[in-house]
Design a protein around this ligand. Structure first.
Ligand SMILES: Cc1ncc(C[n+]2csc(CCOP(=O)(O)OP(=O)(O)O)c2C)c(N)n1
Ligand SMILES: [Mg+2]
Length: 550
């Protein structure tokens, strides 16, 4: 890293800040206008070569979700530029989601002028104390030179494992002022690696896996962030260990790999003797790290990711490529895992067979599973799938297979609804030629559907599929179960979300016949415009849920 040269650049503060993020490979910003942030726009269109793409949206929430999604899709910083005060507070949920997800989101904010601070300028608000608990770095640039140096430091901090969001705000009188500053040159590869793990801990983990009768790996997002998907495959193949995935771990081993499993994770609790969780927290999604009597290995990209509520057998911390390569290189003898692999494969095949009728269901109203039956066979191996919703999206997690890493955008453990259009925008910007399919609950759709306008204005065609059950399903069914009644859980029945998209300049249709789900998705994929397939689904259908949320 020390060999990189710094460029001394002249310009206003906005140019220096933008040059600093552009050095990380950032080619676009997601934003909504405000006078405080004009210098960033001027930099993007007039001062920089090549120009930086400005994707202007209809809600800062969408800008911030889009920037996080861009990071997930590209493994480099994603940048949101938000105006002072309400622009920044509108982005808070998405920043918090990025913090939970360990995503290198960079938020550049406007700020009321320094010279008048305290006098009551428009939108004067000290954002830093609000952002500090949900970011790795939150600070104010205090000079033109600082616009470059602090922004560089922020982006580098976001990228360093364990990754996470950062925030810098720029007082009006700093960001409009001219001056010079050093913009460090960046080789993004320098920012992908974590610290070296302790070789003894890596060896201990490999020995445990090799000696186990029935081991399994569960791989999560940090495997993708670390670019460790090849090392994951090598480790699994070398020791012949079944692999399950969650979050951005999806696709790190293709779903049709001989060692990839998805439907039999429940068996780990009753049958596995060693479970190795790599690159994801031991949270509610993984039964808080408790897998029956199995011993747990927790591989993390930084020591601060070790769980405090579980005592794993061993917990190697550091660069996950090196950790997994260390496992792959294990030279000792190992137990034959093939009987266990065969056992899981049989159970997996039985689960898949049992679901066939659900995926082909011809009921009226339509079962949400039928939508997935149709979608599964239409998705390309590198399709980007964006999830935003409750039960409808839980089905996506179960029935959509991932074959390519960096293709799966879900809300993650913060569970914030409303990221759908942000994900859609980013996916189409990052991957102009791939399928982009956004799966929306009807409730979730309401948070961001106005940003279909952004898809239309920026000519970003995507397919949206709404599982429209007319309810907040993931709340209505549990409330009924708990109280025997429900309240605040109903939405409009058969609301025409497709007409909303039409009004905004896209296209769409409502589907009530199960036989029309597939053809409607075909029309959407072929349309070349933002297209919403509004499928009226059965409100009595509840996702069969077993996980314990709290
Ligand atoms: C911002 C936000 N508000 C509320 C919730 C609580 N919540 C989780 S799932 C859900 C219901 C989602 O309904 P919908 O999108 O229609 O999907 P469905 O469950 O009906 O398939 C709600 C309200 C949340 N996770 N995030
Ligand atoms: Mg719903």
């Amino acid at each position: 890293m020390g060999t990189r040269v710094n460029r001394t650049l002249e310009g206003h503060g906005g140019t220096l800040a933008m040059e600093a993020v552009a050095a990380f490979g950032v080619g676009e910003i997601f934003t909504l206008s405000g006078g405080h942030i004009f210098p960033f726009y001027d930099a993007a269109v007039k001062q920089m070569e090549p120009a930086v793409r400005i994707v202007d949206v209809r809600h800062e929430q969408t800008a911030t979700f889009a920037a996080e999604a861009m990071a997930k899709l590209t493994r480099r910083p994603g940048v949101a530029v938000l105006t002072a005060g309400p622009g920044i507070t509108n982005g808070l949920s998405a920043v918090t989601a990025a913090s939970f997800n360990g995503s290198p989101l960079v938020v550049l904010g406007g700020r009321a002028p320094q010279a008048r601070w305290g006098a009551g300028s428009l939108q004067e608000f000290d954002h830093v104390p609000v952002l500090a608990p949900i970011t790795k770095l939150a600070a104010t640039a205090t000079s033109v030179a600082d616009c470059a140096a602090l922004t560089h430091r922020a982006a580098a901090t976001a990228m360093r494992p364990h990754r996470g969001p950062v925030f810098v705000d720029f007082p009006l009188d700093v960001v409009f002022a001219h001056g010079s500053g050093e913009v460090p040159e960046v080789d993004i590869r320098d920012h992908l690696h974590g610290d070296d793990p302790d070789p003894d801990e890596v060896r201990a983990a490999a020995e445990l896996l090799a000696a186990a009768e029935r081991p399994a790996i569960i791989a999560g997002s940090d495997v993708w962030w670390a670019g460790a998907h090849e090392a994951l495959r090598a480790a699994a193949e070398a020791l012949r260990i079944p692999v399950f995935v969650n979050g951005l771990g999806r696709g790190c081993l293709p779903a049709d790999h001989e060692l990839a499993f998805s439907r039999t994770r429940g068996l780990l609790k009753s049958e596995a003797d060693v479970v190795c969780v790599v690159g994801t927290p031991l949270d509610f999604r993984l039964s808080f790290g408790s897998f029956g009597s199995a011993r747990v290995i927790h591989m993390v990209d930084h020591p601060d990711q070790r769980a405090s509520h579980v005592a794993p057998a061993v917990s190697p911390a550091g660069d996950l490529s090196l950790v997994l390569a260390g496992v792959a290189g294990f030279a000792g003898s190992r137990v034959d895992h093939d009987p266990w692999i065969a056992r899981l494969r049989d159970a997996e095949a039985a689960a898949v067979a049992a679901d066939e009728p659900l995926l082909a269901a011809t009921t009226d109203p339509i079962k949400p599973t039928r939508i997935y039956g149709e979608l599964r066979r239409r998705l390309d191996r590198d399709a980007v799938v964006v999830c935003d919703g409750g039960d409808f999206v839980s089905y996506a997690g179960k029935y959509v297979d991932s074959f390519t890493p960096g293709c799966w955008l879900d809300p993650g453990p913060f569970g914030c609804l409303g990221g759908g259009m942000g994900g859609a925008i980013a996916a189409r910007v990052a991957h102009p030629d791939r399928q982009v399919v956004v799966l929306l609950g009807d409730g979730a759709a309401g948070f961001s559907l106005m940003d279909v306008d952004t898809l239309v204005r920026h000519q970003l065609p995507v397919v949206m599929v709404v599982g429209n059950n007319g309810i907040w399903g993931l709340e209505k069914h549990p409330m009924q179960h708990l109280y025997g009644y429900d309240v605040a859980a109903d939405l409009q029945t058969a609301c025409r979300y497709d007409e909303v998209v039409r009004a905004l300049g896209g296209a769409g249709e409502t589907v009530t016949d199960p036989e029309q789900v597939g053809p409607a998705i075909d029309r959407a994929l072929a349309s070349g415009v933002p297209y919403l397939v509004n499928v009226l689904t059965d409100p009595s259908d509840a996702y069969p849920r077993s996980s314990n949320l709290a």
